[in-house]
Design a protein. Structure first.
Length: 375
């Protein structure tokens, strides 16, 4: 089968990967010279730990697929690093204990560490905390370099072509399939088109489907200079419990009632996530902004908050901040759906809205799409 994939982000690229793995021929189109949306602005986390029961099987499958991709494409930088959510109050410990009491705790790879065990597992964490919720299922990839590394690998198949700086003008069903016309005057004929527009809900996606049940979410993040020592796991703080559905329950409600966030964290709907890149620097975030129009600048207060939290957990000053940025991703509004799929025609599928789960779930979402196409 001939497949045209529109979109060069994580969903577009994992759909291309999956189609090639199934023996198809793929043409992938990206409107930018290089993808510059949510994929390259995220943590690169393959984040199993906080997923809801609805998401868990898909998350574990995606983790397995990422490990396979990492073995085939070393350039994606896959590391089975795991994560530790640092617990600084008794109420945060209570949430971790409640999670560990659930039937799926072992499947999620959870265990509760005291402060000494945390330091043995991740010696860079010399700061102040009571313990940590360790998840050995979580992993990391290098989000800024993963996409070109995967594309380079796909090109060696002889059944893949990537066209950058190529926007799409029209998607037109034909008697034998579907034709994509780009703004350079090129035509790409295929049996099926998969459109992965990311957070661009206007333009082609709107023309194909009109209004979609998705919204855009803006975040702020930053990166430090090299830490100078290994941070052997990803880390999170107790505020992350508030943002991941896998931690919902009575203990979390007690935490919300008895332990308000700081003014800055509440205003910007913050949690701490922190990952060490292969070059040694730390990627740190993040905030959540839901109401458009989004501001075009970044606010300094969240960065001050994140610096303070990470320094407290590390027990040392952070290296200099070398980059700050904002990003926007697409989130499906259906609470029972992991991603939004729409088909304006049997030959066209639009896939968007994984929320903050695009990097985690990308390979498994693509596998689902190709299965739905029976391809």
């Amino acid at each position: 089968m001939d497949v045209t994939v529109i979109g060069g982000g994580i969903l577009g690229t994992t759909h291309a990967w999956t189609a090639i793995a199934r023996g198809h021929r793929v043409t992938q189109l990206e409107r930018e010279i290089e993808a510059r949306g949510a994929t390259v602005r995220n943590f690169g986390l393959v984040w199993v730990s906080g997923r809801s029961s609805l998401e868990l099987d898909l998350s574990l499958r995606s983790r397995e697929l990422w490990q396979q991709i990492g073995a085939a494409v070393p350039g994606v930088g896959f590391r089975a690093a795991g994560s530790i959510t640092l617990l600084r109050t008794p109420d945060e410990v209570a949430v971790a204990e409640a999670v560990l009491a659930r039937p799926d705790a072992a499947l999620r790879g959870f265990r509760l560490l005291d402060a000494e065990q945390v330091r043995l597992h991740n010696p860079a964490l010399r700061g102040t905390y009571l313990g940590g919720l360790h998840c050995d299922r979580d992993a990391v990839v290098e989000s800024r370099v993963a996409l070109p590394a995967i594309r380079d690998h796909l090109e060696r198949s002889g059944r893949y072509a990537f066209h950058n700086d190529t926007d799409v003008r029209a998607v037109t069903p034909t008697a034998t399939g579907v034709r994509v016309t780009d703004t350079r005057g090129g035509h790409h004929d295929a049996d099926h088109v998969i459109v992965c527009p990311g957070a661009t809900h206007s333009g082609l996606a709107r023309e194909l489907l009109g209004h979609m049940p998705v919204r855009r979410v803006r975040l702020q993040m930053m990166q430090t200079a090299p830490l100078g020592e290994p941070l052997t796991t990803a880390i999170a703080d107790g505020d992350s419990f508030r943002y991941y559905p896998g931690f919902a329950g009575a203990a979390l409600e007690q935490l919300r009632n008895r332990q308000p966030q700081t003014e800055t964290a509440e205003l910007h709907r913050m949690q701490l996530l922190c990952v060490q890149r292969l070059h040694g620097g730390l990627t740190i975030g993040d905030t959540h902004e839901y109401d458009e129009p989004f501001t075009f600048d970044v606010d300094e207060a969240p960065y001050d908050h994140l610096r303070e939290v990470v320094s407290t957990l590390l027990g040392r000053d952070l290296p200099p901040i070398v980059r700050r940025w904002a990003g926007v991703y697409s989130q499906c509004l259906d609470p029972d759906a992991i991603v939004y799929r729409g088909s304006p025609d049997p030959t066209v599928t639009v896939v968007t809205g994984p929320g903050g789960r695009g990097m985690t779930l990308g390979p498994a979402i693509a596998e689902q799409t190709l299965a739905l196409l029976d391809a």
